[in-house]
Design a protein. Structure first.
Length: 670
């Protein structure tokens, strides 16, 4: 048939021509497709990613907040940094930095900046490859070239992914990053781990025996499985966990500059520090500053100070940083002296007068702190309104102390028989105050939860005075209250104690008032026992004012309610009486009363709550009105010296109307 056989080289020009024609058609198609808006699932352009500067973190194999190593054989060829250390440390062929070191703190700042840079298109470049769902990198056209890969979902490497090309690779991932066990990330064509950056929003999990490369920038959990080999870095401010036999190698760059700056010590408090002989030494401390380290503490040696012997003593302060740089030693002179007041009256108003007292002056708060002070009889200490007076040791007052400025006591104040304390400004106590002298309060006094006040002397709370007790007050002397006393702690009035209240006493929830002495309320006096409060009387309460109980009152001693006195027991109140209750005033009960002692009434008793009586209630003529009420919630009235009765409209058992005088028959109850 005359078929012509083409020689070996005869068809090459025609074939090359056909290839050129095919490429031309494809290029035209691409241009036309772009012109008419043909949508492609995989978009890629030639824009390049901007490089990220690893200076300050390039030596780290792992930078973490909490680092956990679960097995043996893990090797980090690079530095390790953490806040919470591993119980099972790996082998570190580098330096380990803890949270207080300058290198670690700086590295975590750089790590945060790297994450922000990698995810900011204006800094690291726009997306060159975009995927809107979870993606297996193996499924993308291989090899992957330098650029910014923006993938909205999770990303995994299942078998093999290849990166090829000398440039920067940034993977902005909206989900987790996972490598399947035994998978490989291969680098080719001059691709380098230092130029690869993974920034997942979710957790990172590198499967067992997988090969991986690059820098993982994430604060989410990162887990590296058994026998993983990684060329790069894990830079995290979160939790990082490595399994057994993991190897991570960071290609070290320029090492950070050596720390050659020594710390600087700054003393707190006065220098010299003056203490009265026999007083208490208080260490005011020092601050250690270092531009390369934080959290350094001063080493203080005060062993030479002897407050029992007059003299000058030296306290030394030293500091050293992790690099071995020593601070210049700083010293404080502690002067122990016998201090006497210069005259009968001294006014504490400034630093000079504070030091005269042997106190330490704090400039910022105008506070004078003393650890020991004695005010002798005939001497007066006046605290000016611009000064806060603080006691941390022992003050003995045999003279007079007057405060126009605040007083804060965390130590002990002893007021002797000749001592006088007069307050017009705030007085806060969380220490101990013992008084056998005279205390007059015209301002607010707060006895804190740990505060203790014990008095056998005179206490006067004036009309403008307020005393708030959260701690313990024990009284065995006279107390006169014309102001307000509020108690949520414990007040004990002993057998010799006399409290006269012409103001207001409020016993709040959890407050306890126990009296085996005398409490007297004149006509203007008010005693309120709130819900949750407890008042216990074993001696004498005399009321011409107003007592209101919503808590618990237990009395085994006499209570006298005069003609002007009112005792109100609210619906939540409980009164238990086993003593003698004598009333010429008014008792209004809406709560619960239990009586096993005699009640003598010449006033009015109005009841709308239950009363349990196992004793006798008599009128002023000693006539027995009731032997036993039993328990009743029905109201009754007892009109002074006349009768005790229920409402007149209640009929007799025989149907006849009940008269007022009917209940006066001895031996008959209701």
């Amino acid at each position: 048939m005359g078929q012509r056989r083409v020689g070996a080289g005869e068809g090459k020009p025609r074939l090359a021509k056909e290839y050129r024609l095919l490429i031309g058609i494809l290029m035209v198609s691409a241009l036309v497709g772009g012109a008419v808006g043909v949508k492609t699932i995989f978009a890629q352009n030639v824009a390049s990613a901007a490089p990220l500067d690893l200076t300050g973190v390039n030596n780290f194999a792992i930078l973490a907040n909490t680092y956990t190593n679960t097995g043996e054989g893990t090797v980090l060829n690079g530095d390790l940094g953490y806040t919470v250390p591993p119980a099972n440390p790996p082998t570190v062929n580098g330096t380990t930095f803890t949270a207080t070191t300058h290198t670690y703190i700086s590295a975590e700042t750089i790590q945060a900046n790297l994450i922000a840079f990698a995810n900011d298109p204006t800094q690291s470049g726009p997306c060159t490859t975009t995927r809107t769902a979870a993606t297996v990198l193996d499924s993308l056209p291989q090899p992957l070239t330098p650029g910014v890969y923006c993938i909205a979902g999770a990303v995994s490497i299942d078998v093999l992914t290849t990166l090829s090309g000398d440039g920067v690779y940034i993977f902005r991932l909206g989900g987790a990053l996972t490598t399947v066990a035994s998978s490989t990330l291969k680098l080719a064509g001059n691709a380098r781990a230092d130029n690869i950056f993974w920034a997942p929003v979710g957790a990172t999990t590198l499967g067992a025996r997988s090969l991986f490369a690059g820098n993982v920038l994430s604060d989410a959990a990162i887990t590296v499985g058994r026998r993983v080999s990684m060329d790069g870095r894990i830079l995290s401010n979160g939790a990082v966990t490595t399994g057994p036999s993991v190897t991570i190698t960071a290609h070290k760059g320029v090492p950070p500059p050596a720390d050659t700056t020594p710390p600087v010590i700054t003393l707190l408090g006065p220098n010299p520090q003056i203490i009265q002989v026999g007083g208490v030494y208080t260490e005011f401390g020092a601050v250690v500053s270092d531009p390369d380290n934080v959290g350094l503490a001063a080493m203080i040696d005060s062993s030479s100070v002897n407050t029992g012997v007059v003299g000058s003593y030296l306290v030394t302060y030293d500091a050293v940083d992790p690099a071995g740089n020593h601070a210049t030693q700083v010293t404080r002179i502690v002067s122990v002296a016998s201090i006497a007041l210069s005259g009968p009256v001294i006014t504490l108003s400034d630093q000079a007068s504070c030091q005269t007292l042997g106190g330490a002056w704090t400039i910022d708060s105008s506070t004078c702190t003393v650890s020991t002070l004695t005010i002798n009889s005939g001497n007066t200490l006046v605290i000016a309104s611009n000064v806060t007076f603080r006691n941390t040791g022992l003050i003995t007052d045999l003279g007079t102390i007057t405060n126009s400025g605040p007083i804060v006591n965390t130590g002990t104040i002893t007021i002797g028989p000749t001592g006088i304390l007069t307050t017009t400004n705030t007085f806060g106590n969380t220490g101990t105050i013992t008084s056998s002298g005279t205390v007059t309060n015209n301002g607010p006094v707060t006895n804190g939860p740990t505060g203790t006040i014990t008095s056998s002397g005179l206490i006067t709370n004036s009309l403008t005075g307020t005393i708030t007790n959260l701690g313990t007050i024990t009284n065995s002397g006279p107390v006169t209250n014309a102001g307000t006393m509020t108690n949520s702690g414990t007040i004990t009035n002993g057998p010799t104690g006399v409290i006269t209240d012409s103001g207001t006493i409020i016993n709040e929830n959890a407050g306890i008032i126990t009296t085996s002495g005398t409490i007297t309320l004149p006509t203007s006096g008010k005693l309120t026992n709130e819900l949750g409060g407890t008042v216990t009387n074993s001696l004498n309460i005399i009321n011409s004012g107003n007592i209101t109980n919503s808590g618990v009152v237990v009395s085994s001693g006499p209570i006298t309610n005069s003609a002007t006195g009112t005792i109100g027991n609210t619906a939540s109140g409980v009164i238990t009486n086993s003593g003698i209750l004598t009333t010429a005033g008014t008792i209004i009960n809406s709560g619960h009363m239990t009586n096993s002692g005699p009640i003598t009434n010449s006033g009015t008793i109005i009841n709308s709550g239950p009363i349990i009586n196992s004793a006798m209630i008599t009128d002023a003529s000693q006539r027995i009105l009731v032997r036993d009420f039993g328990q009743t919630t029905a109201p009754f009235h007892a009109d002074g010296g006349a009768a005790l009765h229920r409402p007149a409209d209640r009929p007799r058992a025989d149907g006849r109307p009940r008269g007022v005088g009917d209940s006066a028959r001895q031996g008959q109850g209701f």
